[in-house]
Design a binder for this molecule. Structure first.
Ligand code: SAH
Length: 247
């Protein structure tokens, strides 16, 4: 591994407390991974990140059964965040598709995911589910080089989400429009965007109305019906690849 070129994506470990430099103990699942799975030896170099935006080059000092002691040797400010701050409200799909969604939107730079409770939502993201999703956020961040963790909020009801996002000027509600007459995504994303994806059963008409009254814009993502996770990926891709700074 080359510790200076920045090509060190595969050997990143997340530390759940702020790293201040000096010595760091890596335990829990991350310590297990380094000590047990990677069979770390003293002298090995890895990258640590704590979610604050900075990453640290560190050297393994000693290895125990499921933990390791490391010494920070360099601090690097590397910004791999998207220029667009996107908050996405999603009525989450079930099981593996939920985890897949989280993994992809982390890679695409989503800043904040808000599980939505709508009238047709099926899967409720309970405290355990949010915890599992937080783990998926860490795994994806390790893999893609992100140094800031995407936030997964506690589930919010649709009216609460609409009320909480009132201050944001760009609010987009993904809503299938089979007539083909619906507005499509704007060609450029502003710096701050809030978007929402409904459940497999779709948003209820009254929920769409509620959003429109509050100033949301409905957008069509094309003439085919996408799965919830596909719609989330389309919105995150659009936001991450179409930023234009407003003059
Ligand atoms: N049966 C539902 C489809 C739900 S698809 C209906 O006909 O309304 C799940 C969610 O994905 C939708 O609520 C919407 O937010 C999003 N979505 C899927 N396909 C879309 C499309 N073509 N355009 C806009 N949003 C779409």
């Amino acid at each position: 591994m080359d510790g200076t070129s920045g090509r060190v994506m595969a050997d990143r470990y997340f530390v759940a407390h702020p790293i201040g430099g000096g010595r760091v103990t890596l335990d829990g699942p991350e310590g297990h991974h380094l000590a047990h799975v990677m069979r770390a030896k003293a002298g090995m170099e890895v990258v640590l990140f704590d979610g604050s935006g900075t990453e640290f080059l560190a050297q393994v000092l000693s290895v125990r059964r499921s933990a390791a002691e490391l010494e920070v040797v360099a601090r690097r400010e590397v910004d791999r965040e998207s220029a667009v701050t996107l908050t996405l409200g999603v009525s989450l799909p079930k099981g593996d598709r939920q985890k897949w969604l989280v993994e992809k939107v982390v890679e695409l730079g989503l800043r904040r995911l808000v599980p939505l409770m709508t009238s047709r939502s099926v899967a409720q993201a309970g405290a355990d589910a949010v915890k599992r999703l937080d783990r998926a956020v860490i795994e994806a961040s390790k893999q893609c080089g992100r140094n800031r963790l995407m936030t997964v909020d506690a589930p919010q009801s649709w009216p609460d989400f609409v009320a909480a996002t009132r201050g944001v000027s760009c609010r987009l509600l993904a809503h299938p429009d089979v007539t083909g007459a619906g507005a499509s995504l704007p060609s450029a994303a502003p710096q701050q965007v809030v978007a929402a994806v409904g459940p497999e059963g779709g948003f209820a008409e009254q929920e769409v109305e509620e959003a429109i009254v509050a100033g949301w814009q409905t957008v069509s993502l094309g003439p085919r019906i996408l799965r919830v996770e596909t719609a989330a990926v389309v919105l995150a891709t659009w936001a991450t690849t179409n930023y234009r700074a407003t003059p």
